[in-house]
Design a protein around this ligand. Structure first.
Ligand code: B1M
Length: 215
């Protein structure tokens, strides 16, 4: 990890959004890769916050301020990722976080990476029922519907989504991509999703495969 990645991570761990923002700007000025600043810096920081929360050393306020810091950093770094976009629209994607789940950072990052790689993304936000994904898929004539879930309780909603898309007659034409920390390949297969991605980079590879388009 470079010194800058460590500083970015630490500012998230310390819950210092202003510092994260300043460091993210400095990182770009230094010519550092924005994606690496996110994956090696901010993400490492928020993962540590999650560990400290799980061990009882951090409480909800620290979780919230850590997430705020991460979002401040992403606000600076994500546009730099989009700046690299240089291809035609590959496919339409509907993306959201499932009902009962407020975690947005990973979902939004997946959306940014897809956009940067030529996908047209309709982000329907967090806490979205299966019906909202179905409606949006119809509206944009989606090729892929992507659902994020960060809680063991809410990942069950991904199965409901697959069923809702089947009931609406959209499957198998519309492909379902799932992800989020508790989700696994095995679970994705079990619920009838078309693919699982562990992180935003593999989500892009998967989306190209699901859209049957060359990367
Ligand atoms: Co929450 N939270 N949280 N949280 N939170 C976790 C998920 C948790 C693991 C923390 C812990 O205990 N260690 C735990 C879940 C435990 C479990 O279910 N087993 C937890 C809990 C318990 C809770 C609350 C219940 C806490 C409470 O209220 N007592 C509560 C639930 C609220 C709700 O949703 N109803 C809660 C709330 C929050 C905040 C709101 C404070 C905040 C989110 C703020 C926001 O998003 N605006 C928050 C945060 C920040 C976290 C952790 C620390 C970090 C999540 C994150 O942003 N990671 C998280 C711990 C952890 O995950 N290690 C935790 C960074 C992000 C880049 O990674 O989201 O994993 P991630 O996304 C990755 C991949 O998963 C993948 O690509 C992304 C980029 O690489 N991916 C996809 C994600 N979606 C994808 C979709 C795809 C493909 C790939 O296709 C469609």
């Amino acid at each position: 990890m470079t010194d800058m990645f460590e500083k970015l991570a630490q500012s998230v761990i310390d819950g210092e959004p202003d510092d994260t923002s300043t460091l993210a700007k400095e990182a770009l000025e230094q010519g550092l890769d924005p994606l690496k600043c996110i994956t090696e810096g901010l993400t490492k920081g928020i993962q540590k916050v999650g560990e400290l929360f799980a061990s009882g050393d951090y409480f909800l306020p620290e979780l919230i301020i850590g997430a705020d810091a991460m979002k401040e950093g992403l606000e600076i770094l994500e546009p730099a990722l989009l700046g690299e976009q240089k291809r035609e629209v590959v496919a339409q994607v509907v993306l959201g976080t499932v009902e009962g789940d407020l975690h947005e950072i990973g979902k939004t990052l997946v959306g940014t990476m897809l956009t940067a790689n030529g996908f047209q993304v309709k982000d329907i936000g967090v806490d979205q029922p299966a019906s909202a994904f179905v409606d949006a898929a119809k509206e944009v004539d989606a090729t892929i519907v992507g659902a994020s879930a960060l809680l063991t309780t809410t990942m069950l909603q991904q199965e409901k989504l697959v069923q809702a898309l089947e009931e609406a007659g959209l499957k198998p034409k519309v492909k379902v991509m799932v992800g989020g920390a508790p989700v696994t390949e095995t679970y994705a297969k079990k619920i009838g999703a078309d693919g699982y991605a562990e992180d935003a980079i593999s989500a892009v590879d998967l989306a190209f495969r699901l859209a049957d388009a060359p990367a």
